[in-house]
Design a protein around this ligand. Sequence first.
Ligand code: GDP
Ligand code: GDP
Length: 453
Amino acid sequence: MKLPIIAVIGRPNVGKSTLVNRIAGDQQAIVHDQPGITRDRTYRPGFWQDRNFQIVDTGGIVFDDEEAFLPLIREQAAIALNEAAVGIFVVDGKNGLSAADIEIAEWLRKQTVPIVVAVNKCESIDQGYVQAAEFWELGMGEPFPISAIHGSGTGDMLDQVIEHIPAIDNLTEDTTINVAIIGRPNVGKSSLLNALTGEQRAIVSPISGTTRDAIDTLVERNGQQYRLIDTAGIRRKKNVDYGAEFFSINRAFKAIRRSDVVLFVVDVLDGATEQDLKLAGRIIDEGRAVVVIANKWDAIEKDTYTINEYKKELQARLFFMEWADILFISAQTGQRVNKILDLVDQAAESHRRRVSTSVINEVIQEAVTWHSPPTNRQGRQGKIYYGTQVRNQPPTISLFVNDPKRFNDNYRRYIEKQFRKDLAFPGTPIRLVWRGKKVREIERGSSNRATKV
Ligand code: GDP
Ligand code: GDP
């Protein structure tokens, strides 16, 4: 479980990033990207009293379209609020209440996340209360006068904020990687499980029809724990009406949903069959990371070129998951089985990865420079204002554009390819969500409805 998030919301220049710096101190950002690149939407760890949290500034990048500004701030805030336990609404006590503050407050009141109002730039404590008083008008409870620069008042404000943050004892970090072993009957799932665990915990049988329940096996390597979710052997249950296919497929789907990384097992003797492709499609629909395991490599007669030929053929069949590594193994002899968990680690890391808004926008700007967005029949060109990662597992990037319809499939694929090329997400699907700027009100939860490209 990740630490609860505090989202800092407000107009530009009210002092949001100063406040984040004040609260997080010089603690390292949780997002790690290439050094030397400024980040603007980083999650930084912080604590107050006995509560630990991550704090995130919601400042977004706006390219050159001023008119699109306010909805974009709202978008940013909505994204951050979506995953936050509590929000800090920062206003400028020196400038006083503004129309934009009122508009933001109106919108914030419709959200379900609790909000604490921080009236910033109140250096003088006496005057601060006077300056803060007019913000009662926002209708969001007590406004706290603070100075992000000096730190005064921030303690009282944080006391209020952490009321909405669970105590540290109630949080346990679950870093176990859930791995589902998925494939058609007889491709070697049980044998693979055995090879991975080095123990005879699963029953291997060449006879289709063995009855056994799913077993989760925990294995540990270099301090990392893996939960192997095994659906092998769950095939035909005797005297059960709904038949083998329904039962095993259903179990497989459940296992996929519980996993972070899927070991997608195919039999090299058969290649990727139609059934395999259906299963693969399902794994992608569920947004899981994947390592393709080409099993029974021992049973192939080969020379030095064979592996490349097989690899090419499998890659061609599985073109829609070209980002997944393919490993040729033998569960029976153990060949290359020791490489599997390395690829699982890599895929899990990509799957969990968060990339800062500034890095995403560098990729977009570069991509757009090389290959400008298409123009429609009326001569209007597509325009990408900015992008931001709205979630991980799998990495999902929202692109805020003037009109999604102006971006055809070709261009969308091009942009996705640039993200892959520049940021490298080995082993995981990534999703792009194209959103028009007309979207004014963003309901809570809307960013979860990712559409695939
Ligand atoms: P953001 O764009 O909302 O994140 O705002 P910044 O943190 O970048 O700050 C905007 C400006 O306000 C900067 O010039 C800061 O130095 C100034 N500022 C931030 N906090 C304070 C404060 O507590 N008191 C005063 N007087 N100025 C502040
Ligand atoms: P599951 O149905 O996917 O769990 O497949 P099993 O692990 O039960 O294996 C099915 C059959 O394939 C058994 O007869 C295994 O001995 C055989 N098998 C599994 N892995 C390998 C392998 O790496 N090489 C060869 N030659 N046979 C294998």
